[in-house]
Design a binder for this molecule. Structure first.
Ligand code: CP
Ligand code: NVA
Length: 313
């Protein structure tokens, strides 16, 4: 079966209707996984995973997911491939995409993954760049729908909701903005000064999808979901000390959760630093769904890989 070449480089690469399909499909794939019911639509397909930054969740969810679907995986890093010895990205894309069916890349600049995709014969998935982390938001929204909605009408429970983003205006924040723009919810963003989201980098034309708050507590007021991320993302380690000072008040604590809706959920893409961006009482508390969120990377990305290779089934 041939499928038009479709990449997943940022959240806005899919339509709302395609997301509705993916969320419902993720629920089906998850229920089959839980029942030990084989789901192997990708037999004889190979995924190449290229990591230029560290990973636990992304690697294991893509690798285990591909094996569970009957496929195989090749794992490359900058250090153990010619990518680290300056082989042009375009040449690497041409070679790798002749040998595998799908490529997942975790790298630095978004332009790098775009150059790879422009020279690839097979779908390319963004496993995190400096600018975006679409697979994470795919899993986060699926988790929200599982907890607060109905997987057969997956987009209904997102419409009009408020997501509070407390922390860095980073790859996660940018992707939340794109998701809000496409799926009809609002992000209340609170970042320290100097670390604001940049609407142009986030790639959202509609500034109604987010509202900026200087006080993180006010951003959390009446939120349906409170979420945060590390103060220092991978690649920005040289700024660590300055960031520790600037972000000290951007720690999601019980006071912030108390002003959110009583049934508000807490999410964090992980890895987390208790006592920095989140208090232990919050991430380990009753409103936190971080373990479901991490697990759902597996199910949502299986649905995504199947969709990119085979279309709607
Ligand atoms: N959340 C996430 O992408 O985790 P890893 O860095 O462990 O892959
Ligand atoms: N913003 C973080 C996310 C890690 C999954 C980073 O880019 O390091």
């Amino acid at each position: 079966m041939s499928q038009t070449l479709k990449h997943y480089l940022q959240f806005s690469d899919l339509t709302a209707d395609e997301y509705a399909y993916l969320f419902t499909r993720s629920a089906l794939i998850k229920s089959k996984f839980k029942a030990y019911d084989k789901h192997q639509p990708l037999t004889d397909r190979t995924l190449a995973m290229i990591f230029e930054k560290a990973s636990t969740r992304t690697r294991i969810s893509f690798e285990a997911g591909m094996y569970q679907m009957g496929g195989a995986v090749v794992h490359l890093t900058t250090g153990d491939s010619q990518l680290g010895r300056a082989e042009p990205i375009e040449d690497s894309a041409k070679v790798i995409s002749r040998m595998v069916d799908l490529v997942m890349i975790r790298t630095y600049e978004q332009t790098k993954i775009e150059r790879f995709a422009a020279n690839s014969r097979v779908p390319v998935i963004n496993g995190l760049t400096n600018e975006f982390h679409p697979c994470q938001i795919l899993a986060d929204l699926f988790t929200f729908i599982e907890h607060r909605g109905d997987v057969s009408l997956p987009l209904d429970c997102l419409k009009g909701k408020v997501v509070a983003w407390v922390g860095d205006g980073n790859n996660m924040a940018n992707t939340w903005l794109q998701a809000a723009d496409l799926l009809g919810f609002t992000v209340h963003v609170s970042t320290p000064s100097g670390y604001e989201v940049n609407q142009a980098v986030a790639g959202v034309s509609n500034n109604h999808c987010f509202k900026v708050f200087t006080d993180p507590l006010q951003a959390c007021r009446d939120a349906d979901l409170v979420t945060t991320d590390v103060w220092t993302s991978m690649g920005y380690e040289a700024e660590n000390e300055a960031r520790r000072k600037a972000f000290a008040a951007w720690c999601v604590d019980e006071a912030m959760m108390a002003v959110a809706k009583p049934d508000a959920l807490f999410m964090h893409c992980l890895p987390a630093h208790r006592g920095e961006e989140v208090q232990a009482e919050v991430i380990d508390g009753a409103q936190s769904v971080v373990w479901d969120e991490a697990e759902n990377r597996l199910h949502a990305q299986k649905a995504l890989m199947e969709f990119l290779l085979l279309g709607r089934l």
